[in-house]
Ligand binder design. Structure first.
Ligand SMILES: *Cc1c(COP(=O)(O)O)cnc(C)c1O
Length: 367
């Protein structure tokens, strides 16, 4: 039996009528950049995120860049970034001219560790980005308290955490704003690139809205040097359709994760993901840890099961960033890079496929 890591064709087959109608509507209107579809999506995603404002843009990376630029972060500034994340978190910092300073993560969630954040502060630190890795919100109270005490901007990278909550609150509730990605494989995915900012810092979000569209206040009047980082109407129309289904897909992800957590056996060869009390993850990824990760991955591949590694290198170990100067050892992030393995988890996964995954992992972990 083959078990793919994800299969977006199954999702499209499920909602094809709605998607095709939405696409035909946009093409009939010929309003492709900004406009009513984008504004409607912004209202709906703000409501979904329990946030007062949403600014849709061209990608999750752009959302992070716009947030930093809108907060005035730039050359001469340091921004703390967790070492275990997708590279875009650090790229956004570099692209506004600031310096990413990598901090270690906590072992359980793989998210930014408040003590490590404090240790990595410099006189030039202006901001911190916390990443809600794998669909689980980070331990936000100590991080938010530290940022308040030190007068630092706090930005949440929620690219993997659509709908996740920590103590009942979603991403965007702690920092200035939260950046979302709608890359196709994310929990809410467009049919191309798209992203958004949501949050409570309405002044920053107003600036971000100007910056994404060439800093323009009105046609041919530009208040700021901005970017072309707009969300297009086709993506917004697709996202509006898919947002209506997201609660049901999230429920399904949670049911699959619950089944895995209850059916998989933890041994010294396999560790299951940890979920602290008060956390309601949305399981963008279901990540095991194993000291013999590559052997487990090969075992699963022989059984027809596709897996992923998120991520095989901590960001400070990437050639692009290691070349930028001093690289302290960040042992937790480095260990996660060597031991993490993501199992197939997507809403359309069938019961028989789940059972095959469980059986194949258990036969190896108990051997
Ligand atoms: C996907 C992702 C991004 C980047 O989003 P894009 O839409 O691909 O630009 C940033 N941070 C994290 C943690 C991500 O998973």
């Amino acid at each position: 039996m083959n078990v793919p890591f994800n299969d977006l064709k199954l999702q499209y087959a499920d909602i094809r009528g709605e998607i095709d109608a939405a696409l035909r509507q946009v093409v009939a209107e010929q309003q492709f950049i900004g406009g009513e579809e984008v504004e409607a999506f912004e209202r709906e995603f703000a409501a979904y995120s329990d946030a007062p404002v949403c600014v849709a843009c061209a990608s999750g990376t752009d959302a992070l860049m716009l947030a930093l630029a809108a907060l005035g972060v730039g050359p001469g500034d340091d921004v703390v970034v967790p070492a275990m994340t997708f590279v875009a978190t650090a790229e956004a910092v570099a692209h506004v001219g600031a310096r990413p300073v990598f901090a270690d993560v906590e072992d359980d969630r793989g998210t930014l560790d408040a003590a490590a954040l404090e240790r990595s502060l410099t006189p030039a630190t202006r901001a911190a980005i916390v990443v809600h890795l794998y669909g689980q919100i980070a331990d936000m109270e100590p991080i938010a308290a530290l940022c308040r005490r030190r007068g630092l901007w706090l930005i949440e990278d929620a690219a993997q955490a659509h709908g996740a909550t920590w103590q009942g609150r979603p991403a965007g509730a702690w920092g200035e704003c939260a950046a979302y990605s709608f890359f196709p494989g994310k929990n809410l995915g467009a049919y191309g690139d798209a992203g958004a900012l949501v949050g409570r810092n309405s002044e920053a979000l107003r600036r971000a809205a100007l910056l994404r569209d060439h800093g323009r206040r009105q046609k041919y009047l530009h208040d700021l040097v901005g970017y072309n980082a707009r969300c297009d109407a086709l993506q917004a129309a697709i996202l509006r359709v898919k947002l209506r289904h997201l609660p049901r897909w999230t429920e399904r992800r949670r049911a699959i994760a619950d089944h895995y957590r209850q059916a998989l056996t933890e041994t010294e060869r396999v560790r299951l993901p940890r979920v602290p009390a008060g956390s309601a993850p949305v399981w963008h990824l279901f990540t095991l840890r194993s000291p013999q990760r590559d052997a487990l991955r090969a075992h699963l591949e022989r059984a027809g099961i596709a897996t992923g590694i998120h991520y095989p290198h901590a960001v400070h170990q990437q050639p692009a960033f290691a070349a930028r100067g001093r690289t302290p050892s960040l042992p937790v992030a480095e260990r996660i890079a060597q031991t993490t393995l993501s199992l197939p988890l997507f809403p359309e996964l069938r019961e028989a496929q789940m059972a095959h995954v469980v059986e194949t992992v258990n036969s190896w972990s108990k051997a």
